[in-house]
Design a binder for this molecule. Sequence first.
Ligand code: NAD
Ligand code: MN
Length: 357
Amino acid sequence: MKQYEVAVIAGDGIGPEVMAEGLSILQTVEKLHGGLSFATRSYEWNCSYYLQHGRMMPADGLEQLRDHDVILLGAIGAPSVPDHVSVWELILPIRRAFQQYVNLRPAKLLKGLDSPLRYKGHEELDFVIVRENTEGEYSNMGGRLHSGTPYELAVQNNVFTRFGIERIVRYAMGLAESMGRKRVTAATKSNGINYSMPFWDEVVRDVHKEYPEVDLSLCHIDALAAYFISRPESFDVVVASNLFGDILTDLGAAIVGGLGLAPSGNINPEREYPSMFEPIHGSAPDIAGKNIANPIATIWSISMMMNHLGYRDLGKLILDAIEDVLVEGKVRTPDIGGRATTQELGNAINEKLLAHA
Ligand code: NAD
Ligand code: MN
């Protein structure tokens, strides 16, 4: 019996609602496999915790998480706590402390769903975005001066290191090779941002020399955003800095059906530390408590977690179960045109998955 230690941070808003469905999928996976078990442990670190304790997690929070094999996160954020606090005191410290420098976000149109891009189908909408997750534009460095005067100003530093660029680009190139997809597109803006982005381009080209099989193109972020809409079929793997990747991945989610479907992995490829899997979406205060949140983004994130742990067959079964339900089209939450509740959709996927037992 192989046991994995799973830390669960359900979070705020719809986080706990979608996480409940994700955890029930994990139980089904145990039944399917027989030799696999997940010891889950819940951590109630969220905005209510912050309001009580003045911090998003205990001082030794990262220590507590370190011994787990993986972390599952629902969503963090509430109107009562400023977003920069909830993000900078919980999610970003985890991504950074555990060197989860790859933020992996598939943009893949599932069977049974239509894209808002009218002429694009499953063949055209299937690529992966690799976002740098530890440096770049989200630096926490900078300053503000002259407050209260007409000369008030703010400066935010961008941090790009050769080490940081090399490792994310290597991951993207390796991923392209392993998937048999040989095209990598790197997002840049070296025409406008004249120190960091030319450096990024240079390191991208240097790393590319190690991967002669891969077809590389560099593309300015503004044009790239437009190409996501006009010719998404031209992408296999897209690699981007932290901010550019953040924006591109929400766009990627939108063209394949919306945030309710979009999964992600925050991955430490060296496996020195736990990786973290989470839906891309936030806590959605507008629909929290209504039991209509789409659990697919979370369930798909668990499929990615299975891939990461080396159980690709199980990862695929989970994704197949999601697609089976979407193709049947009977059970859907409102965001994808139905009337089902979060549990009804979770249960339907669970049943399809169990049918493989
Ligand atoms: P959001 O992703 O929470 O919501 C955006 C829109 O998408 C809303 O209309 C929401 O109803 C809808 N939506 C999101 N997930 C859905 C789902 N599973 N099913 C159906 N509809 C869904 O983004 P926001 O409104 O900008 O942010 C709300 C809070 O979440 C903020 O506090 C923000 O900081 C936080 N946030 C957290 C994370 C995270 O935990 N990783 C990510 C993004 C935003
Ligand atoms: Mn985002």
